[in-house]
Design a protein around this ligand. Structure first.
Ligand code: SDX
Length: 434
């Protein structure tokens, strides 16, 4: 990890007249940071930043986001260029290793991932314990968390070889487990992975083929799947990635950390928004109701939020949403659904919102979740699989960030503090005296 130069300082002046010099660190691009790790030792004071709106939790080389300009780089490469020119495992290699692979490296990596796509056969029995109508994300939390009960030989995070195998297993097995969760919910037999397929072809085949007949994976849908997975692969220190890093900082095994990430991603304010967008568009029904919902979204007394809009970091159009919107056009046209009412409604909703002062002032734009559900639904994914797909893709980012955290010499167990405003110490009263 390159040592950041400490040549600039911020000065903190406290009411008692004491001044403290706080080092300012610079990265390669993006905002400087004020290093406060010794603040409590020096001043007996914590900082306070609910939701970490101004707090950097780590150094990272993986992803850079410029929220004002709507820029997203993975290891320096623009997300739209990666989505247009790579397949998902090529971007996975980049996120994990820091460089795009050459042909030989790509073919070796594909093979290493492909040979881990099957799951222990006992795991298929695990699904029997769930209700058929269980939400697919609930199944994913349970099954992925259980992987540490099957792969004991890759849970020791201090062993680089075990970490590498666990990383490959997680990336390889997520599509298999996701497809099993879907097949279980519709009462169809599990479809095994086939090594002749690419990552996305394998996923689509396991999702939509049945033993009773041949299934040809449509190359247009495979390309669309690669793009969708790439667009969801990593996104700096978002809620679920921070969850994985925090879980991993205690030394928890990688399968448990990724299961924690899946749980966090499920929230409707985070990865669960793609499913929420579809439900919102179904509630809006038609263009005549759009304004009513825009008014609801602007009403601070109404908990309704325009799902798929707004972002903690992007105060401009999410670059992923731009690619997603273009992909939606392509997929719907391929499937002969270009007049899909929900897509027309979404475009109208976006147009009206982007012309509304409230959304303009608060810099609320469509995010990655606004159009993804429309594509996935058109491809045959049910809404409760949308966030599962997000989790399949984000596993690459979680694994890359988890490895970076473990290799970070500054890494220690995450343990935030608080501003306590509860009761002062008081005398205990036995129950008959209360
Ligand atoms: C993802 O962090 C990541 O990188 C996440 C992600 C990733 O790849 O990992 O990008 C994936 O989670 C995308 C976001 C998906 N979530 C949604 O689409 C749900 C709807 N969006 C909102 O819930 C909200 O925008 C959040 C949760 C995404 C962001 O919340 P913040 O940080 O509180 O938003 P903000 O501070 O920028 O909000 C500014 C104002 C607030 O009003 P005031 O308190 O100033 O009066 O805008 C309001 C918010 O209430 N606002 C919205 C809104 N989003 C924010 N008002 C109406 N509709 C919305 N969608």
């Amino acid at each position: 990890m390159s040592k950041n130069k400490k040549t600039k300082y911020a000065t903190l002046s406290l009411p008692d007249g004491k001044n403290y010099k706080l080092p300012i660190l610079s990265g390669t691009i993006g905002p400087d940071v004020i290093e406060i790790k010794n603040l409590y030792n020096d001043t007996d004071k914590f900082t306070y930043d609910p939701g970490y709106t101004s707090t950097g939790s780590c150094k990272s080389k993986i992803t850079y986001i410029d929220g004002e300009k709507g820029i997203l780089l993975h290891r320096g490469y623009k997300i739209d260029e990666l989505a247009e020119n790579c397949d998902f495992l090529e971007v996975a290699y980049l996120l994990l290793n820091g460089e795009l692979p050459n042909k030989k490296e790509k073919s070796q990596f594909d093979k290493k991932i492909t040979t881990h796509t099957m799951v222990n056969e006992q795991l298929s029995l695990f699904f029997r314990g769930f209700r058929r109508d269980a939400h697919a994300m609930a199944v994913m939390c349970g099954v992925v968390g259980a992987l540490s009960a099957f792969y004991h030989d890759s849970t020791d995070i201090t062993d680089n070889k075990q970490r590498l195998i666990a990383s490959r297993r997680l990336i390889a097995k997520m599509p298999t487990i996701a497809a099993m969760a879907y097949k279980f919910s519709i009462g169809q037999p599990f479809i095994y992975p086939k090594n002749k397929f690419s990552y996305s072809e394998n996923f689509l085949n396991m999702m939509f083929s049945v033993p009773a007949e041949d299934y040809d994976v449509d190359p247009v849908l495979t390309k669309a799947m690669d793009k969708i997975l790439i667009l969801h692969a990593d996104h700096e220190q978002n809620a679920s990635t921070s969850t994985v890093r925090l879980a991993g900082s205690s030394g928890a095994n990688p399968f448990a950390c990724i299961a924690a990430g899946i749980a966090s991603l499920w929230g409707p304010a985070h990865g669960g928004a793609n499913e929420a967008v579809i439900h919102m568009l179904s509630d809006i029904k038609n263009i005549n109701n759009v304004r009513k919902y825009i008014i609801k979204a602007k009403d601070t007394n109404d908990p309704f939020r325009l799902m798929g809009f707004g972002h903690r970091v992007y105060k401009n159009y999410d670059p992923r949403a731009k690619v997603m919107k273009k992909t939606a056009d392509e997929v719907l046209r391929t499937l002969g659904k270009e007049n899909e009412p929900m897509f027309k409604l979404a475009r109208e909703l976006e147009k009206i919102a982007l012309e509304d002062d409230y959304f303009v002032e608060k810099k609320l734009y469509p995010n990655v979740d606004f159009y993804s559900g429309i594509i996935l639904q058109a491809m045959g994914f049910p809404p409760n699989l949308f966030t599962v797909l997000f989790a399949v893709a984000r596993t690459v980012g979680w694994v890359a960030q988890w490895n970076e955290m473990i290799e970070d010499p500054e890494q220690k167990i995450g343990r935030p503090r608080q501003l306590y405003d509860g009761a002062k110490e008081r005398k205990f009263l036995p129950i008959d005296k209360r």
